[in-house]
Design a protein around this ligand. Structure first.
Ligand code: FAQ
Length: 345
């Protein structure tokens, strides 16, 4: 038995039709409204692994969860400009400076794609930024660590962008269309970022003893925080089960963390640097690299706002926002002028 969804080019198989019928038997009430919302089509689209678009009816909890995740992602991109931005003027050559500037600029662009995706869910960018500045929304733990040497640019590109790609490639298949499409572009650029980081470390590892030591020190400091980027262990992840049922997340935090370790260990061997984990060992049977205990108390501390750079990052972001007020005002005034000048249709 198959069924065609109204207004969609989707034919459901028997199992999916069952899911549609089960969903049709229920109506849900959104938390902000007394109007009963019919989620039949939403459930059917999710069951058929199709995309939800802004015009579609969706549960309020789905919308909120997406706003939380997309906003956190967008905030991470723009706060993430700071650790590397601090090295643009200190890059060791014109070529390195140009590459780093382009990378940091890309991160700003990622923020823009993601804020735009969040806006399709009925929130404004201004409001999201206020929430970031007031500490009511999060950004990735990784950006609360300092960049002490030039080699940190290599470690961030290789490990931080590497972890970001591992986490984001599955998001290209996220059930919410605007987010999935934004992440496709983000991933293409992140993959260039990851390679430029690898190449910085590769070059340093083949340089003087001091350069090699600097590269090793950077990897020692960024390895564990990079593993924490994937979020808490599965049994402590509050959102994973629901996000996976909704097709927002496709893999669990631990699954992606393991994949990252499996891919990164051979790369470290190729560069000739050591990963700072005495327990790292290949499990021949499963083919996976087993790794040591992550210090989750450090992760919790950073999430509580107590990491090495939390206060600086947020203060800097607030100041940049205030300093940029005149640009926003000028852009808004110019847009208003253009609207007035447009000939009536
Ligand atoms: N940092 O239940 P879960 C980048 C929070 S982009 C801070 O497992 P979920 C590019 C979580 O929000 C990096 N908080 O959460 C770049 C939740 O808090 P709540 C950002 C974290 O959402 C490179 C609580 O812990 N990428 O690097 C973190 O199912 C270089 C419980 O966690 C994204 O945002 C963390 N690491 O899974 C830029 C990708 N982990 O709401 C510049 C999209 C967890 O209960 C330079 N996001 N929390 O208070 C995701 O894939 C997911 O949101 C996860 C977390 C996997 C991050």
């Amino acid at each position: 038995m198959s069924q065609q969804l109204p207004g969609r080019d989707v034919v459901l198989n028997a199992a999916e039709t069952g899911a549609v019928e089960a969903a049709a038997a229920t109506t849900h009430r959104g938390p902000h409204t007394d109007v009963a919302v019919d989620l039949t089509q939403f459930e059917a689209l999710i069951a058929a692994d199709q995309r939800i678009e802004p015009r579609d009816v969706m549960p309020e909890a789905y919308r909120r969860s997406l706003v939380r995740q997309i906003a956190q992602h967008a905030h991470s991109e723009i706060i993430g400009m700071q650790p590397e931005g601090a090295w643009i003027s200190r890059a060791p050559s014109l070529r390195r400076k140009a590459i780093l500037m382009a990378k940091v600029q890309d991160e700003a662009g990622h923020g823009l794609y993601l804020y735009s995706a969040a806006e399709t869910l009925g929130v404004s960018r201004d409001d999201l930024l206020d929430q970031l500045h007031e500490g009511r929304q999060r950004y990735s733990s990784i950006f609360n660590y300092p960049t002490l040497t030039w080699a940190d640019m290599g470690a961030i590109g290789w490990l931080v962008d590497g972890a970001a790609i591992m986490n984001q490639v599955p998001l290209c298949r996220c059930s919410y269309g605007p987010y999935a499409r934004a992440v496709i572009r983000v991933c293409k650029e992140e993959s260039f970022h990851q390679r430029q980081g690898f190449e910085i470390l590769w070059t340093l590892a083949r340089g003087t003893d001091a350069q090699r030591a600097m590269a090793q020190d950077a990897v020692d400091r960024w390895w564990w925080p990079a593993l924490m980027m994937f979020g808490p262990p599965d049994d402590e992840s509050t959102h994973s089960a629901q996000s996976m049922a909704w097709g927002i997340k496709r893999f669990s935090n631990d699954e992606l963390r393991q994949r990252f370790v499996d891919i990164t260990v051979p790369q470290a061997q190729r560069i000739g640097l050591t990963l700072p984990d005495a327990d790292l060992a290949l499990d021949e049977e499963s083919g996976h690299w087993r790794f040591g205990e992550i210090d989750w108390s450090e992760f919790e501390r950073v999430l509580r706002g107590d990491g090495p750079c939390n206060a600086t990052r947020v203060a800097h972001r607030r100041a940049a926002h205030e300093d940029g007020a005149w640009v926003r005002e000028a852009a808004a005034a110019y847009a208003a002028k253009q609207r007035v000048q447009e000939p009536a249709a």
